[in-house]
Design a protein around this ligand. Structure first.
Ligand code: HPA
Length: 289
């Protein structure tokens, strides 16, 4: 048995076959992975078709509240988009397959980019609940790596370059859209931890010292796999709480979901504006990586 049987090419290919059978003619230009509480964003898209995530072998059922587990074929401003409403996490304990399969599916269906979204704890003092962050870079502190194991060329090189993991042209476009909408969007460094416990105050202090602005339990594996396999990547985070130890409040997943509920309009407008701008941009046609 290989250390990571679940990422074997055959398993991935059968998931690819299943999604093509379920959605004949599917040809997404972009992917969108919606993290905790980001589900309302789908309202800015025209839904063309959908299925339960567990209908695609390997995606399984999310075990986390706020992650509905749907795969949606949608369109916005003429851009066909495959939306994963509800993501799977490393801490759910089912290995990397459910976490990174959306990226494989997007790549094999010919998509050119993926926007990742998540909820996070704010570490930098100005990042209060409700703040929107454009992830500029990350720290992988999950204690594992989705590319560990035998090299498979379908994910690109053995040692993929992560210098420009988050696409700077796409980032500039998102920033311009947020300014046009008068939304405050700051950029920041995301530290990914495995969870599922929130951090201890000492861990939060350590994260601040090593350069993290926000902390969460997702996104980095998908970003790594997407960049390695040649997709363009951007990532947005909504701060839902101040990280542990920085305020007297105790942390709860319900609070995370409630904050995102309040930010629903903002994030919906932002994504609508980004898709509108992408529809006239050369980012996904001009070959810039
Ligand atoms: N820590 C880790 N993950 C999170 C947090 C946090 O404070 N908030 C939302 N996801």
């Amino acid at each position: 048995m290989t250390p990571f049987p679940h990422l074997e090419a055959g398993v991935l290919e059968s998931a690819g076959k299943a999604i093509r059978q379920r959605f004949p003619g599917l040809s997404p230009q972009l992917g969108l992975i919606l993290g905790s509480g980001w589900s309302t964003v789908v309202d800015s898209f025209l839904e063309l078709d959908s299925c339960d995530a567990h209908a695609i072998p390997g995606l399984g059922r999310s075990t986390v509240a706020g992650h509905t587990g749907k795969v949606i074929v949608a369109e916005s401003h003429g851009i066909q988009t495959l939306i994963f409403k509800g993501r799977r996490h490393w801490y759910e304990g089912e290995g990397w397959l459910p976490v990174v399969l959306p990226i494989y599916l997007l790549k094999s269906l010919g998509a050119q980019g993926v926007l990742l979204t998540n909820a996070s704890g704010g570490i930098r003092p100005d990042l209060k609940p409700g703040a929107l962050i454009l992830i500029r870079d990350h720290l992988n502190l999950m204690g594992d790596h989705p590319l560990r194991g035998p090299h498979q060329t379908l994910w690109g090189n053995r040692f993929p370059d992560m210098t420009h993991i988050y696409n700077s042209i796409w980032n500039d476009l998102i920033t311009a859209v947020s300014r046009g909408l008068n939304l405050t969007l700051t950029d920041g460094i995301y530290a990914a931890v495995s969870g599922p416990s929130y951090e201890t105050p000492a861990e939060t202090r350590m994260l601040a010292q090593i350069g993290a602005d926000i902390v969460g339990m997702s996104t980095v594996p998908e970003a790594i796999m997407a960049r390695a396999s040649g997709l363009k990547v951007a990532a947005l985070s909504c701060v839902t709480n101040t990280a542990a130890g920085l305020s007297s409040a105790s942390l709860s997943h319900d609070e995370v979901l409630a904050v995102l509920q309040n930010s629903g309009d903002q994030v919906r407008h932002l994504l609508d504006g980004v898709w509108k701008k992408l529809s006239t941009s050369t980012l996904f046609t001009g070959g810039a990586s």
